[in-house]
Ligand binder design. Sequence first.
Ligand SMILES: O=C(O)C1=C[C@@H](OP(=O)(O)O)[C@@H](O)[C@H](O)C1
Ligand SMILES: C=C(OP(=O)(O)O)C(=O)O
Length: 429
Amino acid sequence: MQLRTNVNSLKGEIYVPGDKSISHRAVMFGAIAEGTTHITNFLTGEDCLSTIDCFRKMGVRIEQNDTEVIVEGKGIAGLSEPTEVLNVGNSGTTTRLLLGILAACPFHACLIGDDSIAKRPMDRVTKPLRQMGAHIDGRMNGRYTPLAIRGGALQPIEYVSPVASAQVKSALLLAGLHADGTTTVTEPHKSRDHTERMLKAFGADVHVDGLTVSVTGKQRLHAADIYVPGDISSAAFFLVAGAIVPNSEITLKNVGVNPTRTGILDVLAQMGANVSIENIRNEESEPLADITVRTSELKATEIGGELIPRLIDEIPIIALLATQAEGTTIIKDASELKVKETDRIATVVSELRKLGADIEATDDGMIIRGKTKLRANHAVVDSFGDHRIGMMLAIAACVTEGEVTLQRPEAIAVSYPSFFAHLHALQQG
Ligand SMILES: O=C(O)C1=C[C@@H](OP(=O)(O)O)[C@@H](O)[C@H](O)C1
Ligand SMILES: C=C(OP(=O)(O)O)C(=O)O
């Protein structure tokens, strides 16, 4: 696909699609709850459709009409043994959270995904789930898909996770809901807390104490109505675009601003971006706001430590932002990037270099020197099948002089099917 380069201005108002993390959870929790769950502003990205497909294969009735979803929950005991393999597609969240649910189900299920999923470590959940009593087998002793699981009676666990991962935390809490006692998970830094918030909305007893979360076992969930806020990880592409493209002003409406997800806003502020956040509402469950960004003079910054889990999926687009900031930006403590849809340290560095960026990989992040005028002489860049790399490159092209072709742009539909429609609308604005 030929990308639009050297864009003069981006102007307008965008409603980014629903949050991916929250959409997955709404379907999963709805499926194992008792009663009918109504979901609005659901993300129709491929990852969330994989989650729906897996639960339908276990006998759950799910009606999906664009962004409206109705889940006929049957309770955990109402799931049935799938006659087909469960295909998680490209979705790490589906794989890991589903394993947590299946650990409590007394039947056999097989999980497969695409080539990217087959490279991502699943032992971070299969090991503790085995300790709780689930029978799991798979390639490389259960490290990689394909995986087979037979769940059943579970013991609780007190788990100290080596990584700040909401997927690990959520998988163990979901298993813990059905164990015989109290399960606790402690993480090194706080990861996104959508599971904790949504379990409460489904009537569960969840206790949060700093970095430790606990659930008592043998709990039942009760159906809830869930409104999914706009995904800040999708908004991030236009927050950066608005800051770096000349003559721009973009308002992003109804964006989720849960504090465990707003690291990107902290970084934009540190770098001097012209961003205003208005109309913050709904703070009890999942807070929302309208965010406006205007073209900005940017300065370099350092990003690491507890900030990393609060912006982990935004690092590719933050790397682009740093190429347009004066000075040296250092991103560290981010080795988790190596086990995402691609090794995002390697793919960000290789593809931005093709556009002339001064960027180098380190063991746990990258170093970016700015400000660089990006230029391309018929460059061919590649998403490598990673949606966030694809979107980052489309925004990079907006500030590049020359011609840029993007390979495998279709990956973007994993989390933001209307991305190019929104980008074009802002170019007309
Ligand atoms: O729980 C979630 O919904 C997610 C958690 C994060 O992964 P990790 O748990 O691996 O950090 C994030 O990168 C992913 O996009 C979604
Ligand atoms: C890492 C991501 O998702 P997942 O782990 O669900 O594949 C992402 O969306 O950037």
